[in-house]
Design a protein around this ligand. Structure first.
Ligand SMILES: *Cc1c(COP(=O)(O)O)cnc(C)c1O
Length: 237
């Protein structure tokens, strides 16, 4: 497919998702701007990110630092108001790059990482807002603090390490009713005085908004994997 056609599709998808986000917010009795759309551009080429930028999108999510470094430094020069969320697992040996190249960390999930981030933020003077990932489904293969350990971890990050903890993030188990997980995340945030909730993806972001999501992370519904494979190909030709 032509690059121009792909850009048009991404623009149209974005407009559709924005409309649905605003409608879901209004239905939940919230203002349309109460929910921020994080466009998840992982595995998508820089051209797809640019198409979204051209359509007015500014907040993006990536899950691997390798992709962040390959795509975003150049785009940032053109779009200085771009905001990049790290939404994937973070190794402690990557904290320097993360603090330098991302704007929000959504996947803070363990004390050693919290300590490494606190040190690097102190050293660099870049104090990034962080969300703590909670493993609401208590899935052994998944990252995130367990719900029972969340209060202590939040307190430790805030009080001992002085991190800017703004809220919580979760990825519900695939075959369960996501609403139960969204409700649990909201309750943990409420009792800890946290206001940011990153929850909801392409399949369930409207439910997440009903449960108080302030950030929804939407990938395939915007970028549609197959179309972007075509874009990669045409860019390489
Ligand atoms: C990939 C990913 C998303 C986006 O998922 P879609 O189903 O493509 O919308 C959201 N959050 C995280 C953490 C992801 O890794």
């Amino acid at each position: 497919m032509e690059e121009a056609a792909v850009s048009k599709i991404i623009g149209a998808n974005l407009a559709g998702i924005r409309g649905r986000v605003e409608a879901a917010a209004r239905e939940a009795g919230r203002t349309a701007d109460a929910v921020s759309l994080v466009a998840v551009s992982k595995t998508q080429p820089a051209e797809a990110v640019r198409a979204a930028l051209d359509a007015g999108q500014r907040v993006f999510g990536e899950n691997r630092m390798q992709e962040v470094l390959a795509k975003f430094p150049a785009l940032r020069l053109e779009f200085p108001d771009l905001v990049l969320h790290l939404i994937g697992p973070l190794q402690t040996n990557k904290v320097k790059d993360v603090v330098a190249h991302c704007d929000v960390i959504e996947t803070l999930d363990r004390p050693r990482l919290a300590e490494a981030l606190a040190r690097e933020m102190e050293r660099s003077g870049r104090r990034l807002p962080c969300l703590i990932e909670v493993n609401t489904g208590e899935e052994p293969q998944k990252a995130g603090v367990l719900p029972a350990a969340a209060d202590d971890f939040i307190g430790d990050c805030r009080d001992r390490l002085g991190l800017a903890i703004e809220g919580l993030m979760c990825i519900p188990p695939e075959n369960e009713e996501p609403a139960l997980h969204f409700a649990l995340l909201r309750e943990i945030a409420r009792r800890n005085g946290l206001t940011t909730l990153s929850m909801g993806m392409s399949a369930d972001f409207e439910t997440a908004i009903r449960f108080g999501a302030t950030h929804v992370r939407v990938g395939t519904a915007i970028f549609g994997a197959r179309r972007v494979a075509a874009l990669t190909q045409s860019a390489a030709e």
